[in-house]
Ligand binder design. Sequence first.
Ligand code: NDP
Length: 332
Amino acid sequence: SREIRLAARPHGAPTLDDFALAEVELPDPAAGQVVVRNRWISVDPYMRGRMSEAASYAAPYEVGKAMLGGAVGEVVASGDERFAPGDVVLHGLGWRDLALVPADHAVAIDASRVPEQAYLGILGMPGLTAYAGLVEVAPVREGDVVFVSAAAGAVGSAVGQIARQLGASRVIGSAGGPEKVRHVVEDLGFDGALDYRRGKVRRQLRELAPDGIDVYFDNVGGEHLEAAIGALRLHGRIAICGMISQYNATEPPPGPRNLIRLIQTRGTIRGMLVSDHDHLRAPFVRDVGGWLADGRLRYRETVVEGLDAAPQAFLDLLDGRNVGKMLVRIGE
Ligand code: NDP
């Protein structure tokens, strides 16, 4: 089998030289293990953090070892009575074509009503992130104006649409480039979207939400966060989900200069980690599964073919070349 290893820790933006493709001999599964042929592997922004040495909520990847990440595949050999060949499972040993997975870490998925790879996107970690952020971290209330950055991405596209279902009266997104802005408004039904590459976020946000915003779901940090604080209304709420504009930074950038507005607005800014919200999984599956089934929620994928292309897919994700969830499909 083949796996992608971390070859070197990036300083600043990662490059293809930081990854290496390696051949490995996979043993037969022992008791309590299954062998999974991965069909879909996920590349996600948090992986940039794990390529670095600094300790964070997820342990750093080890140089010279295979990288880890979400994957969906088919069980091809099983040493555990809970799984049989042919079962489709979600697990955490992505970045390889064949994976020897502890059965305790594999979850059987039901792909009868949605494509199996949805469990890496809208019905998986990114979808739950959006849901938990709006239900618990920066709760959306009836009539709220909601702003979300990276609005054409996996999490952001779900945030805007879920916010609407939870009662938001107006949903505004930010994305890079006219095609994404068009997609967010026309395909996903946002009320407005700004192109942050075209001009100041602050000015564009003021045009789209002249009376301010109640909730900001932050995927980006930096200028977006400052603009959102500037637009916050009384008792406004900000969920800090991601700060992708800073993941390649070699020095911590200066913080928002306008935190003083939190006094006037009595606003809250709260960080979040999706893994703290596992208790929401049942209502999440019920609500988001239901909205998908009746067409009230839509999602896109950007699919790259072949394990060899996974490192480039990851670099492209950080560069914003994806619309919706970025995925790598591995053929037979
Ligand atoms: P996306 O599908 O949104 O892909 C990343 C997007 O980020 C790109 O498409 C790009 O879109 C945008 N981007 C990249 N650089 C910049 C920049 N400098 N300024 C503004 N936008 C930029 O990824 P995900 O949906 O998987 O993740 C979105 C965010 O959510 C990330 O910050 C991620 O780390 C975070 N996250 C946090 C979790 C948590 O538990 N806290 C869980 C899951 C995700 P564009 O072309 O519009 O610039």
